[in-house]
Design a protein around this ligand. Sequence first.
Ligand code: OSB
Ligand code: MG
Length: 394
Amino acid sequence: MTLTASPLVLDHAELRLLDMPLLFDFETSFGVMRRRYVPLLTLRSGDCEGYAEGVMDYLPLYREETVAGAVAFLEGQLLPRLLGRAFATPEALAAELAPYRGNRMARAMVEMAFWDLRAKQLGVPLWQLLGGVRQSVPVGVSLGIQPSAEQTAELAARYAAEGYRRIKLKIKPGWDVRPVAAVRSALPDIELTVDANSAYTLADAGTLQKLDDYGLKYIEQPLAFDDLLDHATLQKSLRTPLCLDESVTSARDARQALGIGAGRVINLKVARVGGHLEARRIHDLTLAFDAPLWCGGMVETGIGRAHNIHLSTLENFKLPGDTSSASRYWARDIVQERLEVEGGLMPVPPGPGIGVTLDPDTLASVTRWKREIRAGQTPFIDDLPNQPPADEVY
Ligand code: OSB
Ligand code: MG
């Protein structure tokens, strides 16, 4: 659809740091997650507000970005450079963000909040602007490492009975074949996958080959977070397709990965790749490669979850994603709308933009830190000099 809109002036921003306790201990090959520290960005233009959350960890475990680094970059440099300026399209904003290297999750916060603003300004749901083709999204669950294989199978059976379309098990060396065998024998027909979060090396190929016997849909990110070549070597020795998560941060990564056979499936996380525009490029590329795509998650609040749901409406999201019910994670979400799965389907929030609205009381109760950022404001992070030297030009 073609929609025209006037340029959006970025008037003002708010940056918060939320402390969100999880309802369960989420154990992965990184360790045990019990809470998330979530940077939340509000971008304001006139009467409209756009929202996005940061998905980086407090420590650089998943990729290099950290909460502290992202907050410093956004508050000290990125937002002061953008505020007060007008951007006609997400592409125009993305061009401003493009010169910066890495920091994709931080850049994605600004880009994604802008898409929300733009859709709200036009009065349409985000999925329409992105070019989505469905009103609800098939989803599965990602299960952390459990105390025993039996408990893993019980938990998997519970979620399968709730209607979730795929079960993904977190694995690590020493915790792989046993839980997979237990779940496969309890649920012979379920779509089953594993995610190693980079915990293996090529020396573990023998163990990973044993997983070939369990009819897994894919093995997610077994090798290093920044590797494609070893994944291509490993893929040649496996029948099970590899799925890349951490190691795809751009459309170029995706093209090279699929081109050399480093994997046959991609887990697309909009924040990992710098925002919706790059996510859509990867989407279009996987269509051309005939490689299925699914939408991953980073244990998001309702804000990030809503962005994921809208993105998942694009055509090539052919496999169930990780956007399970918000009530699995949070006693109280920060949005008023309940993002709940029914029969394995997550409905797309119907309102304008991402279709969710902040719940002010819950938000206040989890906000640990808040800054207002305005155009022309001289940014300081405590006493640190955070601007380039005055005689250098960027
Ligand atoms: O690798 O997909 C991952 C959570 C945090 C960091 C990385 C990953 C995950 C998940 C859970 O698997 C996805 C979710 O439930 O949001
Ligand atoms: Mg993963």
